[in-house]
Design a protein around this ligand. Structure first.
Ligand SMILES: NC(=O)c1cc2c(=O)c3cc(F)ccc3oc2nc1N
Length: 326
């Protein structure tokens, strides 16, 4: 039986959302670009002819179009802390000693690549994105909801209709950074010093169409407000973020000893230049949440995590060296 217009539109929205998820979140395209574009144009035509069926979470709403005079301020009910930096194995061992002394037992750690982007916070109500915000000073950030919606790896709707707040890093892939600077040079514009600055300048654009053009991506890493989720450790939390539809970094590893942590760090010190995104170190976190809660926070940072920083990268990676994934 012939589909109604509403069914055609809903069907296209669903398909295009699934294809975009595979491409931008899982790095595993399921259709080629030409086919995606063909369906996308069909959806734009149908939604234009029947705006009553255009939904706020349709893939066509990713193009931006809001121009603001400035950013509203956002108060982070749960502050975004920064991490204490360490620069040597000795400091990591000292961190582990402090943790064991405070808790009275050994712990397992989770190592995560330290993505060199800018921190963002995303708030969902009933599974719908309601607010995107920059970290700011950790308590007061900027409302970048319009721009967040143009970042293709940020889900507009979660797989569960829950209230939750998550945090992560918004970054610009190395290849996009190199292409953006080449384009800016040709146009006689100033170039960005590094992908982090390019990401910050792109997510804090007053014209969300510009943000949409910058091919930003994300890796989420924290459940700020767990909502109804029952997770006991960071590894589980990251799996939940995956299940909800977020993009998380798959290089993470649970390590039961500091020697394993150090082996992880050394392995990524060598792989760093081949990664399609910039990292400036490795974040080491006590994995278990009850241990984290017992360790708590200082005024500015958690006692249950440190950021091991790599020495500044030597030569800027050439485009040939990079694996061409988003
Ligand atoms: N850049 C990062 O890739 C990254 C950053 C942070 C944080 O800034 C961070 C700050 C906190 F107070 C607590 C946990 C954190 O975990 C983190 N985990 C990460 N993977």
């Amino acid at each position: 039986m012939k589909q109604t217009v509403a069914e055609q539109i809903h069907d296209l929205q669903k398909k295009l959302t699934e294809y975009a998820y595979a491409y931008y979140v899982k790095d595993q395209p399921v259709v080629d670009d030409a086919y995606y574009d063909q369906l996308y144009q069909q959806l734009v035509a149908l939604e234009t002819a029947h705006p009553e069926y255009q939904t706020s979470d349709s893939p066509t709403q990713r193009v931006g179009g809001v121009v603001r005079k400035g950013f509203e301020k956002v108060v982070h009910e749960i502050p975004l802390y920064s991490l204490n930096d360490v620069f040597s194995k000795a400091e990591i061992i000292a961190f582990d000693q402090r943790v064991q002394k405070t808790l009275g037992h050994a712990v397992s750690y989770i190592c995560e690549l330290k993505i060199d982007g800018l921190s963002i916070s995303l708030k969902y109500e009933n599974g719908r994105l309601v607010r995107g915000a920059t970290r700011g000073d950790g308590t007061i950030g900027e409302n970048i909801t319009d721009n967040s919606k143009t970042v293709k790896s940020i889900p507009l709707t979660l797989t569960e209709p829950i209230d939750i707040e998550v945090r992560g890093e918004c970054y610009m892939p190395k290849a996009s950074f190199i292409q953006l600077n080449q384009k800016r040079e040709e146009e006689g514009l100033d170039i960005f010093a590094n992908p982090r600055n390019a990401a910050a300048g792109s997510i804090r654009q007053l014209d969300s169409k510009v943000t949409a053009s910058r091919n930003l991506s994300t890796f989420l890493y924290t459940l700020a407000d767990f909502g109804p989720l029952h997770v006991t450790n960071q590894a589980e939390a990251l799996t939940h973020l995956d299940d909800l539809g977020f993009r998380t970094n798959q290089e993470r590893a649970v390590c039961s000893t500091i020697d394993d942590v150090w082996a992880y760090i050394e392995s990524f010190h060598d792989k760093r230049s081949q990664l399609p995104y910039e990292i400036d170190g490795v974040v080491i976190k006590v994995n278990d949440f009850s241990d984290q809660n017992q360790l708590g926070f200082t005024v500015k940072a958690p006692r249950w995590a440190v950021a091991y920083k790599f020495p500044p990268e030597e030569a800027q990676t050439t485009i040939e060296e990079i694996e061409w994934t988003v």
